[in-house]
Design a protein around this ligand. Structure first.
Ligand SMILES: Nc1ncnc2c1ncn2[C@@H]1O[C@H](COP(=O)(O)OP(=O)(O)OP(=O)(O)O)[C@@H](O)[C@H]1O
Ligand SMILES: [Mg+2]
Length: 461
């Protein structure tokens, strides 16, 4: 087991970024006397970006007509360009997950993303981090309760990928430093509704690459540890054993923890064998929904199907939300509308296979937690659903079935992250349904990291 606790050791202030596959989130930690939960603030980067949700901004970049657009504007422009074989960059996670991160970062992005052939993945990531830096600056300016010099605070980022501090953070540290320089040079141009010119971006990137680092990055935090730190800080009655199932868009991350006595109060210790990261997450469901809708359009020509597929890809998250909220979603394409019922999704072969595979993965972690930590007495286990997937009703059934498979159904309570918990300082109660998503950034700012590099490699399925 590696220990993990929530404390104020280290920096007195810090900013934590969670650049998730679907949405980026950010939080600020400001040292105070008092409980940990009052020291972190969710930053309204979504509001600064003009996104639908004040705390979430879509993780998207789009290159168009010599300019680079970011966030909601990039998504809008990508939607307008579906017919011309152009794609946005929707995720950096695959790049960051590569075995050789330096090599992956040096690859050129695909021509369908950058027809000018200018950008490597590292350029795109630096620019995206610089954009987030500008959003954070704007969010801090808008929030009078925050100290205005927070922007210079050390940075953390959350990651589902387990790397040793030396390898992963060295590459990321350089990118964060370059992003700070690019952000300072391009300033609010990065937030302009028509984006920034590629020539100016390239110039700023070149200057940043030549500059010395300022050492802004403090650390990467494993996402499950961030989730556990959030649990420790915000839960009203923390259980002795818990399993976090964080379903995002790109990955579902699972980890188990046990509450142990520590010198300064209880600490959450990770149960090593319970950790997994798998691709059975929101994007996979989006693909299933898209393919069910594509079948309904019955398009004959491959080119038409490709345009429809691209168009559905940019709308699938909204369709999935409608489907689970209203039991139905509709999509309009080339003047024709097609609907899909939730029951059609739930009955489809691919969705059933998806649920079965996810249930089996969760059961493996529950068994590991059972074998290594709890189950000796009358303890109870909390299964905590985090990430945007916590909004999807079927995930509760998956967790319950997995507990059944692992033989722990009778001891398990299934909770959605944040339900009946304390809310962070200044957190609008109307936004409480975003807590399972924002919690990773909040916990990442709070987590103590001393033992992370000692932990075992995660099982990846
Ligand atoms: N209300 C909702 N109804 C249905 N799905 C939702 C809802 N809110 C979020 N999601 C889904 O949750 C996912 C986004 O969750 P989250 O923000 O936790 O992911 P992420 O952090 O961007 O991804 P990852 O952690 O995999 O990189 C998307 O697939 C999104 O469609
Ligand atoms: Mg996430």
């Amino acid at each position: 087991m590696s220990s993990l606790e929530t404390s104020f050791a280290g920096a007195k202030r810090r900013i934590c970024l969670d650049f998730g596959t679907a949405f980026s989130k950010a939080s600020a930690f400001v040292e105070i006397e008092g409980p940990a939960r009052e020291a972190v603030h969710a930053l309204a980067i979504g509001a600064a970006a003009g996104a639908d949700h004040p705390l979430l901004t879509p993780s998207v970049m789009f290159v168009d007509q010599g300019r680079i657009l970011f966030g909601p504007r990039a998504l809008e422009r990508a939607r307008a360009c579906v017919a011309v074989e152009r794609d946005p960059i929707l995720s950096f996670k695959l790049i960051l997950a590569a075995r050789d991160i330096e090599q992956a970062l040096n690859l050129k992005v695909r021509p369908s993303v950058d027809p000018t052939g200018t950008l490597r993945y590292r350029d795109a990531l630096v620019l995206y981090l610089a954009y987030l830096d500008q959003l954070i600056l704007a969010a801090i300016h808008r929030d009078e309760t925050l100290p205005q010099d927070l922007l210079g605070a050390p940075r953390r980022y959350t990651s589902p990928i387990w790397r040793t501090r030396a390898e992963g953070d060295r590459a990321m540290a350089r990118l964060f430093d370059e992003a700070a320089i690019v952000s300072a040079r391009l300033g609010s141009m990065l937030l302009a509704s028509d984006g920034a010119s590629i020539a100016q971006c390239k110039d700023a990137l070149d200057k940043a690459q030549q500059a010395l680092g300022i050492g802004q990055l403090e650390a990467g935090v494993f996402e499950a540890h961030a989730a556990a730190a959030a649990y420790g800080a915000f839960s009203r009655n923390a259980r002795d054993f818990m399993l976090v199932i964080d379903m995002g868009a790109g990955t579902t991350d699972i980890a188990g923890f046990a509450l142990k006595p520590g010198a300064q109060g209880p600490v959450l210790a990770e149960v090593a064998g319970a950790r997994q990261s798998c691709g059975l997450a929101g994007d996979e469901i989006d693909q299933i929904i898209s393919s069910l809708l594509i079948e309904k359009f019955k398009l004959k020509h491959r080119e038409d199907q490709a345009v429809l597929w691209r168009s559905l890809g940019l709308s699938a998250r909204g369709l999935k939300r409608d489907l689970f909220l209203n039991g139905k979603c509709s999509f309009l394409h080339a003047g024709a509308s097609r609907s899909l019922q939730l029951k059609e999704l739930l009955r489809s072969r691919r969705f059933k296979e998806f649920c079965a595979a996810l249930t089996a993965a969760c059961a493996i972690s529950m068994r590991a937690l059972h074998t290594n930590a709890f189950g000796q007495g009358n303890e109870r286990l909390s299964i905590l659903l985090a990430g945007g997937g916590a909004n999807l009703s079927f995930l509760r059934d998956v967790a319950a079935d997995a507990a059944g498979q692992a033989g722990v159904r009778a001891q398990a309570d299934i909770e959605i992250f944040g339900e009946n918990w304390y809310l962070p300082n200044g957190f609008d109660p109307n936004l409480a349904n975003a807590f399972p998503q924002v919690a990773i950034a909040l916990g990442g700012a709070l987590a103590t990291l001393t033992d992370e590099p000692m932990a075992a490699e995660p099982a990846t399925s």
